[in-house]
Ligand binder design. Structure first.
Ligand code: ZN
Length: 306
């Protein structure tokens, strides 16, 4: 082999290896689909920073499917046909009009067949009356007659309050609050501090629903002097649905650009680890070194310039 031919040979080999390893890296990534388009929150200021922080983990490729807006003509929905089965996990940042029945059925089949679903904040307000969705989310932003309520008492015991009793969905004024991990062995919460301070957010209380097979990973104390209920309200929970996994966090309120709740490193970690777990049942992402502590909020600065 001449020098020139040898150089060409090695050059080609390097090229082939480089392209093989980059496609292997892409193949290793989980495919995640964010759905947005309607929300009583500023979804346009939520999706880009969530997409960015998910991609920053190097664990996901992220696509976004945006529904028609709520003033669009009915036939605008004909083109809303998200291909759930192309994805490992679907993240809902949607709270609005009911989806066409074929899309509802497609989501049910997708999760039933093993797909992952992540519900963020007001996504659990959506779709009141969609029975299978209620089963997936367990608890939603509903009135107290809609279903049971689940909280955790001071001894760490789960308390079920029947429908019709106690408060329905609500929240007091936004404030920073302490998230208490209730299962430190679950892949999502393993390695997190037992208590950590979440940035200013709405603290949801009185969520209602069927709450079957619901496993609470973290709670926050809803203080009466903050307009709350005086008990530990679920903040993060998981529910199996068929062969699939559903992960919910009710944290993440955004009404304007740069709002702190979704810049919280704790929230971002919860979402990205929750999404990986919903997709695979495992979590490989480390807890970041700037994760909040019991006494200190930690805001990501990298996603304020989106
Ligand atoms: Zn909100």
């Amino acid at each position: 082999m001449s020098t020139i031919r040898r150089t060409a040979f090695w050059g080609l080999t390097v090229l082939i290896c480089a392209s093989a390893s980059s496609s292997a890296a892409a193949a290793d990534k989980l495919r995640l689909l964010i759905i947005d388009g309607q929300n009583n929150h500023n979804w346009k200021e939520m999706t880009p920073p969530m997409k960015k922080s998910l991609e920053a983990t190097a664990r996901f490729t992220v696509d976004v499917a945006t529904t028609p807006d709520n003033k669009a003509p009915k036939d605008a929905w004909d083109s809303f046909r998200p291909e759930f089965s192309k994805y490992d996990v679907v993240l809902s940042n949607y709270n609005g009009q009911p989806w066409p029945e074929r899309v509802q059925k497609a989501l049910e089949e997708y999760v039933d067949n093993g797909g992952g679903l992540v519900i963020v904040h007001a996504a659990n307000n959506s779709f009141q009356g969609w029975t299978e969705y209620d089963k997936m989310i367990g608890l939603g932003w509903r009135g107290n007659n809609y279903g049971d309520r689940v909280t955790i008492d001071d001894k760490g015991e789960t308390v079920r309050t029947p429908k019709g009793e106690g408060p329905g969905a609500g929240h007091g004024p936004q404030h920073a609050f302490t998230v208490v991990v209730r299962d430190s062995e679950h892949p999502v919460t393993k390695g997190m501090p037992h208590e950590w301070l979440h940035a200013k957010d709405e603290l949801y209380h009185g969520q209602r629903g069927p709450a079957q097979h619901m496993h609470i990973l973290a709670t926050a104390f809803s203080a009466k002097d903050q307009g709350g209920t005086g008990t530990n309200e679920p903040m993060i929970w998981v529910i199996p649905y068929g062969k699939g996994r559903v992960f919910t966090t009710v944290m993440g309120h955004v009404s304007g650009k740069g709002d702190p709740a979704i810049r919280c490193v704790g929230f971002q970690t919860v979402v990205s680890r929750g999404a990986e777990w919903a997709a695979t049942g495992k979590v490989t992402q480390p807890i970041p070194s700037d994760f909040p502590t019991a006494g200190k909020v930690s805001l990501s600065t990298s996603d304020t310039d989106h």
